[in-house]
Structures are given as C-alpha cells and as structure tokens.
Design a binder for this molecule. Structure first.
Ligand SMILES: Nc1ncnc2c1ncn2[C@@H]1O[C@H](COP(=O)(O)OP(=O)(O)OP(=O)(O)O)[C@@H](O)[C@H]1O
Ligand SMILES: [Mg+2]
Length: 247
C-alpha cells in the first residue's frame, strides 16, 4: 500500500462553545477520490478549512506523505501542494481572470516585471481545457457570472495542485455541461496521483466520482464506506440518522 498523501488523525475543532468537528480521522491515498457528505452545518467546510490552513485544529494531527505538518495559513498549505476551491470561492473581485489564476505566484520576465503575456496565454489555455465560458482572460472577476467564477476557481486549483485538492461544492453553480466537464477533470486527477476530497450535496455526483464516502453529522464522523460496497439508501440513513426504509 502506498503512504497516504493526506492523513488526518483525531482532528477536533471548537469555536468557543460550538464543537464543529470531533475526533475526525481519514487517510487519502494518492489518486484516491473521497467524498465528504453531510447536512448543512455538519462541519464539512470547517474540515476543509482546517486542511487548507485557514483554521488551526483545536487538537489532532495532519500529515502529508507521512510527515506531520503544521499549517498556520493558506500559503503554507499551498507550499505543501494543497489547493482548494472554497464554497465562497475566495477570488479577488477587482482583479482580472488571469491575475486571479496566478495570484501569489505571478510569472515574471527576466527583468522581474509581470509577464502578463504568458499569464494571459496560459490562462486562455486552461479555461479552454476546462470549457469555462468566460468572455476573456482580461475580464474582471466581478463582471463574471457565478458559474464562470466557479470555473475560474476550479481551473486555478487543478492547475496548481501537486498533492491534494479540496473541493467544496465545486459544481453548485454550474450548468449540466460544465458539471460533466468538471467531473471529468476531477477523475483525471487520478492519473496525476493527486488525492481529492470533494464535498457535494449531490449523491448522484458522489457515486459517480468517489472511491470512498465519508459521512459527517453535526461534527461527528458517522462512518466511511467504499462506494462499491454501499448505496444511496445507506448513505442517506447515515447523513440523517434515520433508518433506511426497506432493504
Ligand atoms: N468561524 C466560525 N465561528 C463560529 N462557528 C463556526 C465558524 N465556522 C463554522 N462554524 C460553525 O460550525 C458548524 C459547521 O459549519 P460548516 O460551515 O463547516 O458546515 P457545512 O457542513 O459546510 O455546511 P453547508 O453544507 O451548509 O455548507 C456550524 O454550526 C457553523 O455555525
Ligand atoms: Mg459548507
């Protein structure tokens, strides 16, 4: 067995009196897609923010390639090869698409000046590959539709991810064709040996993509199932805490 690209052990997070995550443990192998499911407020986004350095866990350890890491901000997580598409996207509204694509890692030329030409050309190629229909790489983010913004955030994350990609409802604002394209791209990350943790409220999507499904309910880890060995009834029962009918 390969070393997990990401290992979470006994992660706990409280916000004052609110316990958002308790005793959460999960391994993700290189090239594995794990779906994180649960009702609103279950703690899914909080968990992604812990892995991406936005929130420090109250306790517990995070390891990458078997090495424990401490990440006190998102920049450190990026340096460890972790990329995120946040539920609230986190794009710079006043900036162009191409500057967003390279935010914090702008390309420069021999003189140390921004190499806008190359950034624009690479951005155009990326959005073409993703079928994101944006007016141009020069468009300002605030002038894009929700779906177009989501496309930009996904293109940026899939381009830069080296080890792990965390996707928080990546297709929530997308149309049918765009969703299908994003799903293809998520599946293609397997061949780059990237570990994927994807949050989705669409169980159809979860069953199309995931190797394993992890269920959270009110901050508690209810269980992890191999997708091949479970079904929607069982997952719904785990999410809601109610017994599946029939079966
Ligand atoms: N910064 C914060 N301060 C205080 N409480 C927070 C904070 N962030 C999240 N919480 C609380 O933690 C719990 C889990 O929230 P979280 O956003 O992780 O849920 P979620 O599973 O992503 O839900 P959804 O499906 O609606 O996106 C909620 O009760 C929320 O109010
Ligand atoms: Mg959320």
């Amino acid at each position: 067995m390969s070393v997990p690209v990401l290992e979470l052990k006994d992660i706990r997070k409280s916000f004052d009196a609110v316990v958002a995550i308790e005793n959460f443990s999960l391994d993700i192998r290189p090239g594995e897609i794990v779906a994180l499911v649960g009702d609103n407020g279950a703690g899914k986004s909080t968990l992604i923010k812990i892995i991406s350095g936005v929130h420090a866990p109250t306790s517990g350890t995070i390891s990458i390639d078997g090495q424990p890491v401490a990440m006190s901000n998102a920049t450190m997580a990026r340096a460890h090869g972790i990329e995120v598409v946040y539920q609230d996207l986190a794009l710079a509204d006043q900036q162009t698409v191409y500057m967003n694509m390279f935010l914090g890692r702008e390309l420069t030329n021999g003189l140390g000046l921004l190499d806008r030409k190359r950034m624009i050309a690479e951005t155009e190629q990326l959005v073409r590959e993703l079928d994101v229909r944006i007016p141009s790489a020069h468009a300002t983010i605030r002038d894009l539709s929700g779906g177009q913004r989501q496309g930009v955030a996904i293109a940026r994350a899939t381009h830069w991810a080296k080890k792990i990609i965390l996707l928080d409802e990546p297709t929530a604002a997308l149309g049918v064709a765009e969703t299908a394209r994003v799903e293809e791209i998520v599946l293609s990350l397997k061949s780059r040996n990237i570990g994927v943790l994807i949050i989705s409220h669409s169980l159809d999507q979860v069953f199309r993509l995931a190797d394993r499904i992890c269920v959270l309910r009110r901050g508690k880890q209810i269980g992890i199932r191999s997708t091949a060995e479970t079904d929607k009834n069982e997952i719904v029962a785990m999410i809601t805490g109610l017994q599946a009918s029939g079966g």
